[in-house]
Write a protein that binds this ligand. Structure first.
Ligand code: M6R
Length: 609
């Protein structure tokens, strides 16, 4: 995710801004920039690439002053480039802003502003904020910002500068973190604690809707209605390393807990706020675009491949188009039957996985049209594919993929709904039912993430097992595969996933007294069958941990331990059911003392074949 810093005081602003941005580098970014008030104007310097590029540029074209804002950008709207980097200003740099998050109604706002004569230079959603400030300027900085906030929709942390108020920064937030660092004769703004802890440990943590007016001498906070807020000083006693992980012990845990937001952000790109209709502006498909497709080929690696397996159920059952899912490293070498009637979907968090890229190139060579689902704007896979849908997970640092997976599944479900509506295979009522339950996912994720004591206990009790099996039927089988991968890659426990009905064809021979079996039971159509499979393993004295809906009365009857998730649509269940599996893997790794974020022999981005 992007990073924000701000400074007002008696020292050189640019110096702190670079220092603060450097502390946020671990979060991943593709460009960086600063703006400082100097010689009666606001000067912006920004560069694509690392902070070293920006620092070199600042040596050529320095900016000095005692007030400024800075940003590291992780591209969401528009590729990584100098011009898309933040800060952004209006034509005269009257207002200059940095922004984390997504302005959902930026297209409408941009059109209106363009009609009024505003000239935009970047592809970003953020630039509309600066122009909007200029357009709505009342001469009162705070009042203008409040007017702008009443107009924009979406999620944001924002810091503003105004040329007419050279000693004041204003900042605010909604669904994105922002803190104020309190100094002596100077104050700081940051999206994350690591940016400021070398300077101060006393902070105000802003709540959604609060606006802070920050000068060197004071910080005044008001709420949404404009009433003064009496903020309590929060003293940060985290070490620098703990601060990077937001107080979580590992990036993996932090990223697991970031899922409600990542999911909400991904949905916000594809569900219309007013009509709740699913849309993909980047695709703009018409019925004839789907007519020529005889087969969809999904190819990916690892966790992304598992998201593809889930998508097979979605696309086949919702849009009634046949889907083949292939491991990318296998696809190229099997003389695949791909042609112009094949539509190829590749899935990749990093957008740089060499096998996935090669599979994409091969599918294109054979005549397929292609679409990439990726988390990384401007990545090789994004550039190679004919079309791209971006997930909004933000940078994922832990090797074990968590929020990238759930956002991929969300994007794929929405894509299946979009296809089903276009080709007339999905009823309006079914679309409504899916979207309704999707919109409730972030809240239901919170419920699951708040109640982890049982998972910790299971991980302690079974964390030293030699083998663990995951079983499920239908979509639950695909989720079982992801749960198994998560457990083996970070805890090093041997784990396998099987379709419930497949056990008796061989694997049952491995099930003995005490073997832990994780059984997923979220698909009502095969629930009774699944309970029969659970009985097969229970009869061999396996210890079954069942994952099912909170309102399934039978679950307790069949399993030794039950983990309950909130009731939801059968297509939405994979998104909720994977959370306990991620946590189970995480706590098993803790029990065994492994290197959670950097498991042995593995790399985050696999750019070799
Ligand atoms: O960046 P990608 O999504 O293309 O990466 C594919 C796999 O290497 C990746 O999903 C891997 O399996 C995960 N680290 C597993 O948690």
């Amino acid at each position: 995710m992007c990073g924000i810093v701000g400074y007002v005081g008696f020292q050189d602003a640019a110096e702190f801004l670079i220092e603060g941005l450097t502390k946020l580098e671990y979060r991943g970014y593709d460009s960086a920039g600063v703006a400082c008030y100097t010689d009666d104007r606001i000067e912006i310097r920004k560069k694509v690439g690392g902070i070293a590029n920006l620092t070199a540029y600042l040596q050529e074209r320095p900016v000095h002053g005692h007030i400024g804002i800075g940003h590291t950008r992780w591209a969401t709207h528009g590729r990584p480039s100098d011009v898309n980097a933040h800060p952004h200003g209006d034509e005269h740099n009257h207002y200059v802003v940095v922004h984390n998050g997504i302005i959902e109604n930026f297209m409408e706002l941009k059109r209106d502003l363009q009609a009024k004569g505003h000239v935009f230079v970047s592809e970003t959603d953020t630039e509309v904020i600066a122009h909007l400030c200029e357009e709505l300027d009342t001469g009162d900085f705070l009042e203008t910002v409040r007017k702008v906030l009443a107009t924009v929709e979406g999620s944001y942390a924002l810091a503003f500068m105004n040329r007419d108020f050279p000693d004041t920064l204003i900042c605010t937030k909604k669904d994105n973190p922002l803190i104020i660092g309190l100094g002596e004769g100077e104050n700081f703004i940051a999206s994350d604690i690591p940016a400021i802890i070398a300077r101060t440990r006393d902070t105000y943590i802003l709540n959604d809707g609060e606006i802070a007016v920050v000068t060197a001498a004071a910080v005044r906070v008001i709420d949404r209605e404009g009433r003064p807020v009496d903020k309590k000083v929060h003293h940060v006693d985290w070490s620098a390393a703990a601060a990077e992980k937001g107080g979580y012990e590992h990036f993996m845990l932090k990223e697991i807990y970031e899922q409600p937001k990542a999911i909400r952000d991904t949905m916000a790109m594809h569900i219309r706020r007013d009509t709740q209709e699913v849309y993909f502006d980047e695709l703009g498909w018409r019925p004839e675009d789907l007519q020529g497709i005889r087969k969809i080929l999904i190819t990916a690696c690892g966790t992304a491949y598992h998201a593809g397996l889930v998508a097979k159920y979605y696309i086949e059952q919702i849009a009634r188009i046949p889907v083949e899912v292939d491991i990318a490293s296998e696809y190229r070498y099997r003389e695949p039957l791909t042609d112009a009637a094949t539509f190829c979907i590749v899935i990749s968090q990093s957008g740089e996985t060499s096998d996935t890229l090669a599979a994409l190139k091969e599918a294109k060579r054979l005549g397929a049209r292609s679409l990439a689902i990726t988390n990384t704007v401007g990545s090789s896979i994004a550039r190679e594919a004919d079309a791209v849908v971006y997930t909004m997970a933000g940078p994922e640092i832990s090797v074990a993929s968590t929020k990238a997976y759930t956002t991929q599944v969300i994007a794929l479900l929405l894509l299946a709904v979009y296809m089903g509506r276009i080709n007339g295979k999905l009823s309006h009522a079914e679309e409504e039912a899916i979207v309704r339950d999707l919109l409730a996912v972030p809240e239901k994720c919170h419920q699951i993430l708040e109640d982890v004591d049982d998972l910790k206990t299971f991980a302690k009790n079974y964390g030293f097992a030699e083998d663990v099996f995951f079983i499920g039927r239908s979509i639950d089988y695909a989720v079982a595969m992801e749960g198994s991968l998560k457990l083996k890659e970070i805890s090093y426990i041997h784990a396998e996933a099987y379709a419930g009905g497949e056990l008796k064809h061989g694997t049952l021979a491995l099930v003995v007294s005490g073997t832990p079996i994780i059984a997923l039971v979220t698909q009502d159509a095969v629930k009774e069958k699944m309970y029969s499979n659970i009985q097969e393993v229970s009869a061999r004295e396996a210890i079954v941990i069942g994952i099912g809906f909170e309102d399934d009365p039978e679950l307790d009857h069949f399993v030794r331990h039950a983990i309950r998730i909130p009731r939801t649509h059968r297509f939405v269940a994979p998104i909720l059911a994977v959370l306990p599996l991620q946590l189970l893997a995480y706590y098993a790794a803790i029990t065994r003392g492994t290197d959670v974020d950097k498991p042995r022999n593995l790399a985050k981005s696999v750019t070799v074949e």
